[in-house]
Write a protein that binds this ligand. Structure first.
Ligand SMILES: Cc1cc2nc3c(=O)[nH]c(=O)nc-3n(C[C@H](O)[C@H](O)[C@H](O)COP(=O)(O)O)c2cc1C
Length: 191
């Protein structure tokens, strides 16, 4: 099923493994990407998200790198920045109420989606990854117990597979729309 008619920011989005190891993200660019995440919608505007932000070579990036799975360590080393998305899972000691807590994970995922589209508009690519020691990251950064580390969001410029030691994968496919969009009753394809 072609997706040629999508906005180019979505049409041309994919998750590369080969990133340009010489590319650097300017301060302003990184802030803009975080602004895109920050301006995501959330249930009741509760914004139960927080980000650990590292740029290749800095202390935060290196600490995250130390927690990566084998499968992710190689390619993540070349990205320009990593943002680890965290979300609130319980009440803080000072919280009287915690409305919409059950939607915090959903909302946090959406911040990554917004950042991804903003990145596309800036000629950058994003590759999200869950393959790392989440508890290790939480411990290393002092993430509070009532928060959880969700995913890493790697950002950079696509590199050249011909000169990279990282192996690029084939582009992924999707399930047909009929299998996932229903109307009338569950399982009945949306016409
Ligand atoms: C929550 C999440 C976790 C992921 N974890 C990993 C990972 O640990 N390593 C990896 O190489 N890709 C990871 N991916 C990337 C997916 O495999 C990729 O998005 C999917 O295959 C679709 O490919 P595309 O993004 O190129 O369209 C993850 C993506 C998401 C959204």
């Amino acid at each position: 099923m072609p997706h040629d008619e999508l906005t180019p920011y979505l049409r041309d989005r994919w998750s590369p493994r080969v990133f340009d190891p010489t590319h650097e993200l300017a301060d302003d660019e990184l802030r803009l990407l975080l602004q895109a995440a920050r301006w995501s919608p959330s249930a009741g505007n509760t914004q139960r998200w927080a980000f650990l932000v590292g740029r290749r070579g800095d202390a935060t990036f290196t600490t995250i790198q130390e927690q990566l799975s084998k499968g992710n360590a190689g390619w993540v080393a070349n990205v320009s920045a990593v943002v680890v998305v965290c979300f609130q899972t319980g009440a803080a000691p000072e919280d009287q109420e915690t409305p919409y807590l059950d939607l915090a994970e959903y909302d946090a995922g959406q911040t990554a989606a917004h950042l991804t589209v903003q990145a596309a508009s800036m000629g950058l690519h994003v590759h999200q990854f869950a393959g790392f020691d989440h508890e290790g990251v939480a411990a290393a950064f002092g993430v509070p117990d009532h928060w959880r580390v969700a995913t890493g969001v790697a950002i950079g410029r696509v590199g050249d597979p011909a000169t990279s030691e990282v192996h690029e994968k084939k582009r992924s496919e999707r399930k047909p729309l009929e299998e996932i969009a229903y109307a009338g009753s569950w399982g009945t394809p949306f016409a």
